[in-house]
Design a protein around this ligand. Structure first.
Ligand code: HSE
Length: 435
């Protein structure tokens, strides 16, 4: 930082939706920010290959470079904001920036989830800050809440609706009775889904964000292949309708929890949430994160998880943090390096309640056969729905099950699928009660 003038000199790499939002909001809010933190945040160089995009945003041509390497090579910069996305070039950019003595602000959850350990070690080595408020839940200050506001707490659990596109799709399936494909098409028309829709609907974006939250809460980076990830592509309208009849909403949740033995579970999957619970009422593109700390109890964070302005709000908060609260000599904070006595639970070990939907032939004894399989594995039934059917026809049979270990449930589902009267692969969804 240029201390004589109190100017934080920033390089901005990437002028996409978020980069454009950062440029615009730094311009419109600069006086307010200066008043609040006593320093000016000034973008002195921008990198983007698209000069027309720079012109459209009103970025002076003389500060635009066509290659991010010109930013890392610029010794006048204090901070680089990485908003180019992807994991290859972005990794090189961040590493070079830290090595050349610059702080870094990024929104890149995919990169942090894949290579966070390495990048934070580099930041630590060079004593530079690597901040990432915008990487999870866009404009919601959840990273700062976990690192600062809740620092006195052992985190017991985090439940997050952290992909706006999936929440929009599930909301439209519920409210407008759309099938998944119709709701996805609508989300695309509204400009919500990522260019690669799989990142959203197959749960990967949620998993990346869950890995970042878990690293903050429990001090270790979970290898992406070990993070159980299911998306919403196979969710059917009828499951949303049955869930509603049973008093539940269906949400794509990131679930991060620890038990008394410090075993940690991290999973992403569609989940039945009681309709009376506040997370069930989070609709459309909104995100929400519920954090339970052992000292504070439950805290809830709600807001927009994507888009230029909300994400710019988070990026600028990181810049302000660097400008106002972090003298350069202050020790940079690492993430995911703690040697807590934690271990990651395998999916087989988790315990949950379940929703199970079968398509069965309506003949005497079918329900008894299904119940017998469940009973031999000590899985109790708490509720049953079967629409009235005619003998000899197929009909859905929906069961709500009591707590069971995942391994037992999976084994029961395999056995049930072998029953001759079961005419389609069983569908099972996990239920979260938040107790
Ligand atoms: N595509 C994400 C979402 C936003 O729909 O929430 C970026 O993480």
């Amino acid at each position: 930082m240029n201390s004589s003038h109190s100017i934080l000199r920033v390089g901005l790499a990437g002028l996409g939706t978020v980069g454009g939002g950062v440029w615009h909001r730094l311009a419109t809010q600069s006086d307010l920010i200066k008043q609040r933190i006593g320093a000016e945040i000034r973008v002195v160089q921008v990198a983007d290959k698209r000069m027309d995009r720079a012109r459209e945003l009103g970025v002076p041509e003389k500060i635009v470079a066509d290659d991010w390497r010109k930013l890392t090579a610029n010794s006048d910069l204090d901070v680089i904001i990485e908003l180019i996305g992807g994991t290859k070039q972005a990794f090189e950019l961040i590493k070079e920036a830290l090595q050349s003595g610059k702080h870094v602000v990024t929104a890149n959850k995919a990169l942090l989830a894949e290579r966070g350990a390495e990048l934070f070690a580099t930041a630590q080595k060079h004593q530079r800050h690597l901040l990432f408020e915008a990487s999870v839940a866009g404009g919601i200050p959840i990273i700062r809440a976990l690192r600062e506001g809740l620092v006195a707490n052992r985190i017991i659990s985090i439940h997050g609706i952290i992909n706006g596109t999936c929440n929009y799709i599930l909301t439209r399936m519920n409210e407008a009775g759309l099938e998944f494909k119709e709701a996805l098409a609508e989300a695309k028309r509204e400009g919500y889904a990522e260019a690669d829709e799989s990142l959203d609907v197959d749960g990967h974006d949620t998993a990346h964000k869950a890995a970042v939250l878990a690293a903050l809460a429990y001090g270790f980076w979970i290898p992406p292949e070990k993070l159980h990830t299911e998306g919403i592509r196979t969710v059917e309208k009828q499951d949303i309708l049955y869930a509603r009849k049973l008093g539940y909403g269906l949400k794509l949740l990131a679930i991060i929890k620890t038990d008394k033995e410090s075993a940690v579970e991290v999973r992403v999957h569609p989940t039945l949430v009681p309709e009376s619970h506040v997370l069930a009422s989070v609709s459309g593109v909104f995100n929400a994160v519920l954090v339970r700390g052992d000292v504070v109890g439950d805290t809830l964070y709600y807001g927009r998880g994507a888009g230029g302005d909300p994400t710019a709000s988070a990026v600028i908060s990181d810049l302000a943090q660097i400008a106002a609260h972090f003298p350069q000599e202050q020790k940079a904070r690492n993430v995911g390096h703690e040697s807590l006595q934690s271990r990651l639970k395998s999916m087989d070990e988790i315990v949950s309640r379940y929703y199970l939907r079968l398509l069965v032939l309506d003949r005497p004894g079918v329900l008894a056969e299904v119940a017998r399989v469940l009973a031999t594995r000590q899985i109790g039934i708490s509720s049953v729905i079967q629409p009235e059917a005619h003998a000899g026809e197929t009909t859905p049979l929906v069961l709500m099950l009591h707590d069971a270990p995942e391994s037992q449930l999976q084994a029961a589902v395999r056995e049930i699928s072998q029953i001759s009267a079961v005419k389609a692969p069983p569908v099972h969804l996990r239920v979260e009660d938040f107790d």
